[in-house]
Every structure is written in C-alpha cells, then in structure tokens.
Design a protein around this ligand. Structure first.
Ligand SMILES: *Cc1c(COP(=O)(O)O)cnc(C)c1O
Length: 354
C-alpha cells in the first residue's frame, strides 16, 4: 500500500475472482460462466454498434430498460441497469445500508467486501448445518438483508414464502434478493415487488445469458429505490454500459428461443451430473444453479481440487471454514462433464486401491 491510501482502503480485503487462465488448456468450470456462446443475434447486434463508438451510449439505457420491463411485466420506472450486477450491488451497499447489512456466512464473497469498502456494519449469520438458510434468522435483524437466491456457492433455494416473511418483518430496511442463478430452475421474487416497497431483486446477464464478458446487471424495485440508484449512477458514471453491451443485452432478451435452449441443456446436464456424483459416493447440496457444490466423505477438497487441476479441469475451492472440503463445479457442456465424471471416479477408485 502507498502512504497516501485512506485508512478505509487500507483495511479492506478485496474480492478474489476465480482464476482466468491465460492459456486455454483447462476445462474451465471455476467461475460459473455459461459454456455456450452468446446468442448469435446478440453478437451481431454488438458488432454493428461498434461503428458508432465515436458517440456516447444512451445513459438512460432506454431500449434495454424497456425490454427488461416487458420481460418482468413491470414499468420502466421499476428497472435499473448497471455494469454487471456487481456494480448494482455496490450501489445498493453505498446508498441504502446506513443501519448495517445482514447476510449468511457462506454466500457471495462480494457482500463482505462491499460492507468493508462502504463502512457498513455486517451481521454475518451462519447457515444451518445442512448449509441452508433459515429465514427465521433474518426476521428481526433490523438491517438491510442481502440473500443470494439460489445461494452461492451452495445452489440451494429459499422459498418465496420464506422471503415474504423476511420482507414483512423488516419493513424499515431493504431486502435484497440476488438472483444471479434464478433462471436455472427456481422462482423469481420479482412478482413481490408490487406488494413490498422494501424489496430489490438484482439480476445479471453473466450466467444464464452467456454475457459475462459484456457486463450487464439490473435491479427491479419500486420507483423510488430505482430513482435513488439512478442518482448514484448519474453521480458516478452515467455511461457505465457501452454501446455494444447495451445492444447485445437487448438482442439477447429478444432471442428467447436461444436462451431457453441453452438453459434447458444446462439443467439437463446438471441433473445427469448430480446423479453420477451420487452414484460415485460424492455428497452434494441440492443445487438449482449452474454449478454443484460437492464433497467426498473421505477425500480432502484441496486434494481433489489439485488433482482435477493436474488433469486439466479447473474448479473452485474455498479455503474457508465449514466448506474447505467442498468444491464448486460449474456445469459445462455435456462433454466437459463427462471428462469431470471420469476424473472424479478415478479419485474414488484410487482410494479403493490404497
Ligand atoms: C456471478 C454473481 C454476481 C455477479 O455478476 P456480474 O453481473 O457478472 O457482476 C452477483 N451475484 C452472485 C451471487 C453471483 O454469483
């Protein structure tokens, strides 16, 4: 650190993204990217925008906002778009969390980082022993509640009725539901925004829409929260989404057929993969996301991580209490997962031969 850095910058521990190897020699299953390319229509739309790069993009992101509003059956005043959902979440931590934030001990790592950089008191609530969220723990926190649903890295789902109970008991604070993985088979809370003015649903195009590299995130909430978010954005960087990105995002929403095809392939690969893991004796959470969270009763998570890496498969391992024997494995293509199954079964066999 330099001698010029503020105290607050000095004390934060930044988020550590999954490794992005420079040489593509790995089957890359460590950052929950989509194995399929973006919709060809999204690619074409992005490319055709580049000859307008001499002009600023639309700071109001009007076309994309309209498309998202239609998609969620809400008004355009209920939609905010940002440069990845990370930016949207950062704005929420910056703008609304004076009274502190509550989130699970095992969840998306950025929640802790944002509470540090924006100086928010964090109440970190342990997941239950089975790694699920107990909604009862959030009923009387009197803080902004942030829940990824499905949660990461467990993939486990909190039912809408339980989210509703949290909303009812926490009327003076926002309840933020991060739905990065909702398209892979769980129910969105967006339907609740008309009834609860303290709900913000955050989403991203990075996982289900194959656009991680383009950086598109959004929030759905009541008009007043959206106005506040726009106030922050227009006081920071009104042009945070570039032209190609905006065009790709809009075209992606229009290409529903491609989206549904990719999602159903990933879900079907996931379910097959889960079954195989079970047959091989691996234990896992019930994931409804585009990844599984898995451990073997007799193998160390770190060992399995290293062995998979040696055989050209990159997955995510967290050196964190309670979950250090687990691996988070992104669902790749059908062929990728067959290779993973082969390697994982070898590890079990090896043990048998000891
Ligand atoms: C991937 C992820 C995000 C970040 O998405 P971006 O839109 O790429 O910034 C947010 N929340 C969770 C839970 C995620 O897994």
């Amino acid at each position: 650190m330099s001698r010029f850095a503020d105290y607050n910058i000095n004390k934060i521990t930044p988020y550590v993204p999954g490794e992005q190897p420079r040489v593509q020699k790995y089957i890359k299953l460590n950052t929950n990217e989509n194995p399929y390319p973006p919709s060809p229509k999204a690619i074409a739309a992005a490319v055709s925008e580049t000859n307008k790069y001499n002009l600023y993009p639309d700071p109001e992101c009007r076309e994309l906002t309209e498309k998202l509003a239609e998609e969620f059956s809400v008004g355009i005043e209920n939609i905010f778009v940002g440069n990845g959902s990370d930016e949207v979440l950062a704005f929420i931590f910056q703008g609304f969390c004076e009274g502190g934030v509550a989130f699970p001990d095992i969840t998306y790592g950025f929640y802790k980082v944002y509470s540090e950089i924006y100086n928010r008191t964090a109440e970190i609530i342990p997941l239950k022993d089975d790694l699920s969220i107990d909604y009862n723990d959030y009923l009387n926190v009197d803080k902004t509640v942030v829940i990824a649903n499905p949660n990461a890295p467990t993939g486990m789902v909190l039912e809408i009725e339980d989210i509703e109970k949290i909303l009812q008991c926490n009327k003076n604070n926002l309840v933020v539901i991060d739905e990065a993985y909702v398209d892979f088979g769980s129910m969105s809370s967006v339907r609740l925004i008309k009834e609860y003015d303290n709900l913000v649903v955050v989403g991203t195009f990075s996982k289900s829409r194959s656009l991680a590299g383009a950086r598109i995130g959004y929030a759905v909430s009541n008009k007043y929260v959206i106005d506040d978010l726009n106030k922050i954005k227009f006081s920071f960087n009104p042009y945070s989404l570039n032209r190609a990105t905006l065009a790709a995002a809009s075209a992606s929403i229009s290409d529903r057929e491609y989206f549904e095809e990719c999602i159903s392939k990933i879900i079907s690969t996931r379910e097959k993969f889960k079954l195989k893991l079970k047959e091989m004796g691996y234990l896992q959470t019930d994931s409804k996301a585009n990844f599984v969270f898995v451990k073997h009763p007799y193998l160390s998570g770190e060992d399995v991580f290293e062995k998979l890496k040696d055989s050209g498969i990159l997955v995510r391992h967290f050196k964190k209490e309670r979950i250090s024997d687990y691996l988070r494995i992104t669902i790749g293509s059908e062929e990728d997962m067959e290779v993973v199954i082969k390697e994982l079964s070898k590890l079990v066999d090896d043990r048998g031969n000891l």
